[in-house]
Design a protein around this ligand. Structure first.
Ligand code: PAF
Length: 283
């Protein structure tokens, strides 16, 4: 596995792959890799001739009071994991190599960024879209794999990719969970032991929402109230940033359940904000 830090060097390799007609699978990450990322890379490996992963803690997707400096980093460990999965090129640029001081261009999909994480992190998704667009232009992938834990991000990237005609197949990979149901996240290491024990309730509350809907409850207000009560009882250390039911494609709030919906939650603990979701289709 080659580790490349210069965008121009990666661009050169990508041009060679394109000339040779190679199928390139791409997994963009912010590093501190875990079994969820492993799944994304394994999926890219199965479906591509060349696999590129990136490790870049993208400053433009963090707000002024967010955890950019505290975000966990360990490039040696990430490189060992990526090598083991069969990644061919690991791209790990410095922020200055990705963003010139005079850079003034943003890519955004405001219609899908109004709710959920976009409501509490208003500049987050334009940072995500901008860096993913820049990475797509460098890597020129055939397909790119993203986790469904970041469902809103996945919906936004699908829209951006279609609207800008990148010609990249966007693959969504299922959420990987700990034994107690907590969704894997690089930020989980920042929970205290007591918070870690409580955090399993995030998924349990979303599972309860699914059970209620499958049991015939169609009133979203009543479902969310039951989940909030569960969170208050079982997660006293967490502050619910949002708990919502939205259309899985448009990310617009839903009040009455008449088709597939997405229940999504974000919970702030002392050192980490965690998100999770559950797709529910009553058929
Ligand atoms: O999901 C992430 O880790 C990031 O948002 C991404 C897609 C790598 C962009 O920085």
């Amino acid at each position: 596995m080659d580790i490349i830090t210069e965008p121009s060097a990666l661009g050169g390799r990508a041009r060679e792959w394109a000339r040779a007609g190679r199928q390139v699978g791409f997994v963009p990450t912010m590093g501190y890799l875990h079994a969820g990322h492993e799944r994304l890379m394994a999926l890219a490996r199965e479906r591509s001739e060349v696999v590129v992963a990136s490790v870049f803690v993208n400053p433009t997707q963090f707000g002024p009071n967010e955890d950019l400096d505290a975000y966990p980093r360990d490039l040696d460990r990430d490189a060992a994991l990526a090598r083991r999965i069969g990644v061919d090129v690991l791209f790990a640029p410095r922020p200055e190599a990705m963003y010139a001081p005079e850079a003034a261009t943003w890519v955004e999909v405001p219609a899908l960024a109004r709710h959920l994480c976009g409501a509490s992190r208003p500049t987050h998704f334009r940072g995500v879209c901008t860096v993913v667009a820049k990475l797509f232009l460098l890597v020129r992938p055939t397909l790119a794999v993203f986790g469904q834990k970041d469902w809103q991000q996945l919906a936004i990237i699908r829209r951006m990719t279609a609207d800008l005609g990148f010609g990249v197949e966007i693959v969504g990979a299922p959420i990987v969970r700990e034994a107690d149901g907590l969704a894997l996240s690089s930020r989980n290491v920042r929970l205290t032991p007591a918070e870690r024990a409580e955090a399993a309730a995030i998924n349990q509350g979303l599972a309860l929402a699914g059970e209620l809907v499958r049991g015939g409850e169609g009133d979203v207000g009543r479902v969310l109230a039951a989940v909030r009560a569960r969170y208050a009882a079982e997660m006293p250390s967490g502050t619910v940033d949002y708990l919502a039911c939205v259309d899985p494609q448009t990310i617009e709030p839903v009040t009455t359940i008449a088709g597939p919906v997405l229940f999504a939650a974000a919970v702030q603990f002392s050192g980490a904000r965690l998100i999770d979701n559950r797709f529910v289709d009553v058929k």
